[in-house]
Design a protein around this ligand. Structure first.
Ligand SMILES: [Zn+2]
Length: 305
């Protein structure tokens, strides 16, 4: 059972380059990241520095291998470095052995860059559900303390229906334990809705979000925000910029992608800024350590019916 923990906000950044991911998805090639990652990362770091807050960066291996300098810059400012896997693949499409390779490749790469261990993981596309909970066992065997990949509601592409919405320490089938820091969802008219990141935060109006987060804070609920570097960018994003010369790609697909990646994006910075100025933020690692400290016996991991 869990004692009370201090409620706090966490800002997590899935640190990846949208151009690199789209090129991998559309052209099956791993390319150099776009230069825009510098501007986007600097905007995030400046925002955190101006508000005197710390965040957790889930670093994608295939970006880190091209930009170890930026990983070091993030670490040097006191933010937590965690991992987001090596190649940004949906973990449900990998075998247990392939999942282990993707995780250990990114662990080795990132720990080599920063010269220190890392303690947490977020799966690309939140791709841990009932079908591959063994990924949590792999993480525990690698010595990680926490995972933050589970969406505690069923959405079209990810999530586990009725999964516990609180941060919890779980006992795993391999006899080890791991803290799960789920993404924040709220109850609304007897339904759960996601509010704390990506497209949801872009589409929901600021006055509504302010009210939601004020309410979560009053009720002493933990909040896990998740964002991506491109969402902080001040310039228009063109998704075709990273396609290698001679690559054929669908113009319609690119048009739709550009619309998706730019729509309401400029509303994100003021929304995040307001939260950073209003609440106390801690890193995922600190949050996971608090959960461990206040848990007398871990909950046995099982999927809700
Ligand atoms: Zn990602």
């Amino acid at each position: 059972m869990k004692d009370s923990c201090t409620p706090t906000f966490t800002l997590s950044i899935d640190w990846e380059d949208f151009g690199q991911i789209l090129c991998r998805d559309y052209c099956s090639l791993i390319t150099q990241p776009l230069k825009t990652i510098d501007r986007q990362t600097n905007i995030i770091l400046d925002t955190l520095s101006e508000t005197n807050q710390k965040a957790t960066f889930f670093i994608l291996g295939m970006l880190a291998q091209y930009r170890p300098d930026l990983v070091m810059k993030i670490a040097s400012q006191g933010h937590e470095i965690a991992m987001h896997g090596q190649h940004h693949v949906n973990m449900r499409r990998l075998s247990r052995k392939e999942a282990h390779k993707d995780l250990s490749d990114s662990y080795n790469l990132i720990t080599d860059i920063i010269g220190a261990p890392i303690h947490g993981y977020r799966a690309p596309y939140f791709s841990i559900d009932e079908s591959n909970l063994y990924v949590l066992e792999i993480l525990s065997e690698m010595g990680l303390i926490y995972d933050s990949s589970i969406f505690p509601m069923k959405l079209r592409r990810y999530g586990i229906a009725n999964f516990n919405t609180s941060d919890m320490l779980y006992e795993l089938p391999n006899g080890r334990s791991l803290v799960e820091l789920p993404l924040t969802v709220i109850d609304w008219k007897q339904k759960k809705i996601p509010v704390a990141g990506g497209g949801y935060m872009r589409l929901l109006p600021k006055f509504y979000l302010d009210r939601v987060f004020r309410d979560l804070s009053k009720r002493q609920q933990n909040v896990m925000l998740y964002m991506h570097p491109y969402e902080f960018d001040t310039e228009y994003i063109n998704c075709s910029e990273n396609y290698p010369p001679g690559t054929s790609y669908s113009k319609t697909r690119t048009f739709i992608a550009n619309m998706r990646w730019n729509l309401f994006r400029n509303s994100i910075r003021p929304k995040i800024n307001a939260l950073l100025q209003s609440y106390n933020f801690i890193t995922c690692l600190k949050k996971a350590e608090n959960v461990k400290k206040h848990t007398h016996s871990p909950t046995v991991l099982g999927c809700p019916q």
